[in-house]
Design a protein around this ligand. Structure first.
Ligand code: SF4
Length: 410
C-alpha cells in the first residue's frame, strides 16, 4: 500500500501547484479590475488575445469558466437555469452555463468579473455569435465580432485581406474602448511572447512521444489554461519552461503518467470535465495512457502561419486556419499525423452533444483513420459540461470492450 502511494506521489506533476497559484491570482486581478482601473474583455477561446494583452486589458474566457463549472459539477443547474430562461437544451453547454450564470453570479468563483467589452471570433463555431450578442445586450456593452471565413482547403488572398482589415478594425475598437492609442512596439513584444509560449506548449506536449509518456491528455487539459488565457505574457512563457523541464526530467527518470503503460491512445474533442478523474482512473487501470489529444494541440496548431517579426500582418491567417475552421479531410490528416507521431494503438473520440463543429465529422474521420491506419476507435457519447448526457454504465461497457479489442491486437 505504502509502495502504491509512493508511485502515485512520484507521478504527480509538481508544477501544477504553481499553475493553480497563477490562475488564482489572474482571477483575483480580473475580479478586482474595477478597483484597479483595468478594463476586462470577455473573449472566445479561439479569439486573438494578443492585442488585448498589448493594451493591458484583462482577457476573460467564458469557455474556461465553463470548463470550471463542468469540473465543479455545477453544469446541470446552470444549464437548467438557461433553459428556464428560454434557451434550448440543444445549445452548447458552455453558452448555456454562461448565460445561466450571469444573472445569479453562480459557478465555482461566484460568477465572472463584469466585462467592459466583448470580443467574439467565429473561427471555432457559429454559436458564439449569438451567445456574445445575448451577453452584449445583457451587460449593455460594446461587442466586436471578428468574422473568419471557413478555410476548408486553403487561405485565399481575398480571405487574408478580409480578415486583416478586421484586425485593424479590432485595434480601432480597442482604442475607442480604452481611449488609448495602440502601442505597436508593445504588440511586437506580445506577439513574440505568444509564439514562444505556443512553441513551449507544443514542446511540453511532444514529450509524450516517449515511452512511457510523462504526461497524459488529462494532464494536458489541466495545464492548457495558461496558453488559452494568458497567451502573449512572460508569465506563460516562464511557466511552460518550468513544466517542460519537469517533463524532460520525468522522461529521463522513466516516470510515466500511468503506472504501467501498455496502450497508447489519442483523445479527440473536448474533455468531459465532470468525469476527468473517473475516466483517467478507468483508462489507467487498464494500462492505457491517453498520450495526446486534438484539443490541447489546437492552441499551437496554426503558429506555422504566423511570422514572429510580422505578427499583425500574419495573424489573420493563423487565426483563420485553426482546427475547428478547416475541412474534415484536413482534420483527418491532422489526426493521422498525430496518431503516427505519438505512436498510438487506438483513438478515443468524445462525440460531444454540445460541440457540433467538433463532433459532426468524427464518423468520417473515424472511417478515414480506420482505412489508412487500421487502428480501432472508441466513440463515447457525452457532453463536456451537461452531465445529463452521460451514461456511466454505457461508457464503462464501451471502454471495457475497447480495451479487449486492444488486448486482442497485441
Ligand atoms: S459549440 Fe464548441 S466551439 Fe462553440 S463554444 Fe461550444 S464548445 Fe466551443
Amino acid at each position: 500500500m505504502a509502495e502504491k502511494d509512493e508511485g502515485k506521489e512520484r507521478r504527480k506533476i509538481k508544477a501544477a501547484a504553481k499553475m493553480k497559484e497563477i490562475m488564482t491570482s489572474y482571477y483575483i486581478d480580473a475580479k478586482t479590475a474595477g478597483q484597479t482601473g483595468k478594463k476586462v474583455a470577455w473573449i472566445t477561446s479561439g479569439g486573438p488575445v494578443e492585442p488585448l494583452i498589448a493594451m493591458d486589458i484583462i482577457p476573460v474566457y467564458p469557455e474556461n469558466h465553463g470548463a470550471m463549472i463542468g469540473a465543479s459539477k455545477m453544469g446541470v443547474d446552470l444549464c437548467r437555469k438557461a433553459e428556464e430562461m428560454g434557451y434550448s437544451s440543444d445549445l452548447c453547454s458552455y453558452a448555456r452555463s454562461d448565460i445561466g450564470c450571469a444573472p445569479v453570479n453562480g459557478g465555482p468563483i461566484g460568477g465572472l468579473p463584469k466585462p467592459d467589452m466583448l470580443v467574439c471570433c467565429n473561427n471555432i463555431c457559429g454559436t458564439v455569435l449569438k451567445w456574445y450578442e445575448v451577453q452584449a445586450r445583457y451587460f449593455n456593452i460594446p461587442l466586436f465580432i471578428l468574422d473568419t471565413p471557413f478555410t476548408h482547403v486553403g487561405f485565399s488572398a481575398e480571405a487574408k485581406k478580409y480578415v486583416k482589415r478586421q484586425i485593424l478594425e479590432y485595434i480601432e475598437f480597442l482604442e475607442n474602448a480604452t481611449a488609448k492609442k495602440f502601442n505597436y512596439d508593445r504588440m511586437r513584444e506580445v506577439g513574440k511572447l505568444s509564439l514562444e509560449g505556443q512553441r513551449l506548449w507544443q514542446a511540453v506536449l511532444d514529450t509524450a512521444v516517449n515511452r512511457p509518456s510523462p504526461l497524459s491528455a488529462f494532464d494536458a487539459f489541466f495545464h492548457l489554461a495558461l496558453i488559452v488565457t494568458l497567451r502573449g505574457t512572460r508569465q506563460t512563457v516562464d511557466y511552460y519552461k518550468i513544466l517542460l523541464e519537469e517533463m524532460q526530467e520525468r522522461v529521463a527518470q522513466q516516470i510515466g503518467a500511468v503506472a504501467d503503460e501498455q496502450y497508447r491512445l489519442l483523445w479527440d474533442n473536448l474533455p468531459i470535465w465532470y468525469r476527468m478523474k473517473w475516466l483517467s482512473e478507468k483508462f489507467a487501470s487498464a494500462g492505457a495512457c491517453l498520450v495526446a489529444d486534438t484539443y490541447t494541440t489546437a492552441w499551437c496548431g496554426s503558429m506555422k502561419y504566423i511570422k514572429e517579426d510580422d505578427f499583425i500582418d500574419t495573424m489573420a491567417e493563423g487565426y483563420s486556419r485553426i482546427y475547428l475552421n478547416i475541412g474534415v479531410d484536413q482534420m483527418a490528416e491532422q489526426v493521422i499525423a498525430m496518431a503516427e507521431k505519438y505512436n498510438v494503438d487506438g483513438i478515443v473520440m468524445h462525440s460531444n452533444r454540445s460541440c457540433k463543429p467538433y463532433s459532426f465529422g468524427q464518423y468520417d474521420i473515424q472511417r478515414i483513420v480506420g482505412e489508412k491506419m487500421g487502428i480501432p476507435t472508441l466513440m463515447i457519447e457525452a457532453d463536456m459540461v451537461d452531465e445529463r448526457n452521460f451514461s456511466e454504465s454505457q461508457v464503462e461497457t464501451r471502454i471495457e470492450a475497447f480495451i479487449e479489442v486492444l488486448q486482442g491486437k497485441k
